[in-house]
Every structure is written in C-alpha cells, then in structure tokens.
Design a protein around this ligand. Sequence first.
Ligand code: M6R
Length: 622
Amino acid sequence: MCGIIGYVGSKQALPVIIEGLQRLEYRGYDSAGIALISPAGNIEVRRAVGKLQNLVTQLQEEPKPLKGSVGMGHTRWATHGKPTELNAHPHRGPQSRVVVVHNGIIENYVQLKQELVQSGYSFNYSSETDTEVIAHLLEKCMLREGDTLEQATIKTLNRLKGTAAIVAISLDDPEKIVAARLSNAGAVVIGYGAEVEHEMFIASDIPAILPHTRRITFLESNEVAVLNTAGVTFFNSKGEVISKEIVTVNIDAISAAKGGYKHFMQKEIYDQPQALSDTLLGRVDLENGNVKLEDFKFSKSDIAAIEKVTLIGCGTSWHAGLVAKFWIESLAGLPCDVDYGSEFRYRDPILTPNHLLVAITQSGETVDTLAGIEEAKLKKAKVVSVVNVVGSQAARVADGVIYMHAGPEIGVASTKAFITSLADLFLLAVYLGRERGKLGADRAQSLLQSLVEIPNLLANTLLENSIYDQISRKFYTAKDFLYLGRGINYPIALEGALKLKELSYIHAEGYPAGELKHGPIALIDEGLPVVAIVVKDGLYDKVVSAVEQVKARDGFVLAIASEGDELIAGKADKVIYIPNTDPLLMPLLTTIPVQLLSYHLAEIRGCDVDQPRNLAKSVTVE
Ligand code: M6R
C-alpha cells in the first residue's frame, strides 16, 4: 500500500525523503508527493502522477532546490480516487496551514465531509480522496479551537473510522511532525537518529530508514507520536503521555539492493538457495530428527491439546498454506484447513482454544490476514505467524512467530518469501509431528536430510536454461495459459498462474490435472499453452494421462518433470527437468520453473517486472 516517510532534524529533509521514497516505491507507484516547511515560512508541496521518477524530474526542474528540515513524502497506491495529481498526497487543509499524508482507508469520510461542509468548510482542492477530510479536521481543530498539532491529531484520530496511518505537519506548529496510527493500519515506524544530529524519522517500514538508523519504535493502534529535534513523545488516544520501548533492528540494507541483476524480482529468484539456507540455519537437528523453532512458544501440553490447524494467507501466502496442508495432515496427523485471510473472518469460523491458527504473510501487514488473526484471538485460538518482516504487526500480535529469514523482498511478486514460508511450514509440520509423537525419528531424519539438501538442488534448478527464452518467444502474444498440477503440486500450478497474471498481464488459470476433463479441456487448442507439473510422485501416471488428453487435442505442453524421466520427453513438446527429492518436498523445486517462466514472459512483453500495474507489495486495506 502507500508508503510514508517523514524527517525532522538539522539536515536538508528533501534528499532524505526522496531516498526514503525510493525504498518505499514498491508499496505503491500511482503518484508521489512531498511537503516541506520552508525557511520562508511556507509549506511547499510538490506532487506528480506515476512513478517517483516523475516527481524527481519535476523537482530537478525547479529554479532553486527546495529547502527545509521538516518534511514528509508519500508514494500512493490508489484506493479512493484515480491516480491523478489532484488525488496525489500530501493533501492540504482549506487554508493550506496543515498538510497530511495517509496510508489506509477512512470508512466514515463521507459523513465527516458532510459535517465539515455544514460547518462552513469548502473542499477547495477537491480531490476524490478520503484523506482530504483529515487535513480539514486537523486545520479546523488548530485554527478554530486553538489546538496544537498533536492535540488536533488526537481529536481527529478519535473521529476517524477505518485503518489509517497519518503523518501531518503544520505552519502553526512548524518544528514538529505528528504521526498517528488508527486501528490495524499499516506499520508506522519511528526512527531515532544519531544524537549529535538531533534528528528523527518516520516511515511505513524499516528498510526506508535503515541507512540512517537501526533504533526504532513501532506505533501501536490508536497511538500518536510527536517528533522534533529533541526526540519523540508518545500519546494514547486519550491524550495521555505513554512510554514505549526502543528496539535495535538488524536488517542488512545491502541485501535490499539489486546487486547487478536487472530486476529485484530476478535477484530474489536467484537469492532463493541462500534465503532457504538462512531459514534452516540452527533449526534442524539432523542427528535426532528434531526441529527447533526459537519463537514458537507453546508448551508440550498445549501442543498435545491441539485438535485442528487452520492456515490463512492471501495470494502467494495462501498458496503456501495449500501446500502446507499436505504436510500438517501427513506429518503432524492433524486435520487442517486453509482459507483466504479475506474470507476467513466473514464466515464466523468455529475456533476453540485447542485450535492452532497459522497466519502466513511476507509483509506481516496484510490487513485481511491481520483481521483473521484478530478473529482467532477473540475466539481464544492459539495463533502463530509465519512472517518475513521482523517486528511487523503479524509478528507482534501472534502468540508465536516463525520468521522466514528471506531478507527484504522488494519485487512486488513474491518469490523468495514463498520458498522460505514453505520451509517454515514444513519445519512446523515436522515439529508438531515429533512433539505429538506422530512422526518417528527415522522418517523425520530422512525428511530433514532431504530438506537441508534443497538449497543445492535449487541452485541446480536455477542454472541457465534456454527453454524459458524459447517458450517466451513462442508464446509472448498468447492470451491465456493453463497450469496443471496434482496433489501437493496443484498449489504450484495456482502459484504459476498467479505469477504469470501479475507480471505479464496474460490471463492464466491453475487447475488440478484431474479436473481437466470436467470442463477446461474445452479450451484446449494449439493457441493455449499448457504448463503441466508432472513429477515422479504417487500421482505421476494420472498427470501423464492429462498431458495425453491435451496432446490429443493439439495442445502445446511444457512439462516440469523429474530428472531422468524419458517417457515424458516423448509426450510433451518441451520439458524442464528438476532434480529428484522426497515427493513431499517437490513443491520447493517445481516453483522455480514457474517463477522463471513468468519472469521471462514479462520481460519479453516489456512489462514492469518489479512494479506491475495496479499492484502493491503489502495490501494494508480491505
Ligand atoms: O505480505 P503477504 O504475504 O501477506 O501478501 C499476500 C499477497 O498480497 C501477496 O502474496 C501477493 O499475492 C503477491 N503479489 C504475489 O506475488
């Protein structure tokens, strides 16, 4: 969703803000904007539609560089109102004395707008956004009621419904920045600069301010932070001063750079062997066939009492859940269901204290998944989050956490977070199986041995292969693709279709191969490429027969098959071979070809690989 950065200190704010926005652009790129309190006593606002570069170019064309050491920036993913300059943030109050940026959705903005109009306010900038009412409310409190910026922010926060991270500056309180977080809005991170610099930062995520500081505090729901060169003061929504802890984060800023690759996504695909090794580090006890999960803090009796597991997530994280269902059921012997975060809470799920809810989320900020966690907690279920972003909301509110250790994932399409979440979920299944006495040491040892070998096998799967280029050249104008898989590889067919849709805008569907004959076979002709995951597992023959059905109707088949399978070479048009492993672990390998195929097709079609249209990395609105 939208990205926010703010700075108050002794340096020029603009370079800090632009650099921060560059790091946040993956969150939204419909428009970008900045606001600075200038030494001349104005608020300078600049906004541009489209990518951040458009704003940077506009700023470079200014006769003189903008000056000011208090300011903020925003990169937008449009929710209310089209991506136009008028709708770009920052938004001003009617007299331009307060300027605000916002991430989230104000659910009662229509009602608030009507109230403001009735009390004599006009919306002279007339954006279509829900954000403008915040600027109006703040300015009303300051100018009509004589509030300071923080008093106005607290009052306004109490009037808003929805999810909102808000940052505001004002000409009438020009030496501070005020931030507020309403309900489960996206993260608001406060950064403490070096003491000699007397500077403070605010951002929507940690990497945005990592070059400046590692000392941070997270704003919780309904809290307000007031930042100036002397530091920060926190308030609750009643206006009482509260104290909060400073934590020191240890995220490597270097690993968030492209490192010679053309795209972040490409780098992140090739990072996967290393990311997986990092995820497994210190967690696998091969000698005893055990798993150590450092932040999975449930007692033996809690674990023994678990009666059911529910996995929730969205998009790619939901696909990870679909794979993990096989592991939880077969290794931990527990009934398991999987739901979309966005559906789960609306079906009044039956949950008990003996229910384990596993929330899978790379960002840890996906609002639908967070709402699922909230629902589970209300019903007293045990909650564990499988999460990548350290200290994110999903990590903080859960009873236990299993971190992905993928490092920052910048490409909007999820790749290394998928592989590392799969590894986490596999470890969880083995852990539960061992703790509950359902999985013997020998079988656990052999599975864990296979797991620790996967990083090397991944590296082999990533070796140069001209097939991706050949297929992309042949099918880059195709309108549709069909992905087939079965059993534990069916979710990878779904993941392949999702990756292709989001990256290359080609329509694609993932289907269980056994369902082909029940409808989708009507689509087959020479113009519809079919990607079939046909690896050597218990369902191999069944998928081969689906391949035959496609070939009998002149369809084109690209098979993702197990090394050494000669039979399939005689049936499919092209084959990508992957190394052999335990069939339960195959999804970790079959994922790579579907990622690479989508990447190559998007490249050849000239699509924006790292920032596909209409998407955002973390979806913090419903
Ligand atoms: O951060 P999360 O894992 O909660 O995000 C969930 C989805 O929004 C995400 O996986 C999305 O589907 C990706 N664009 C897929 O590549």
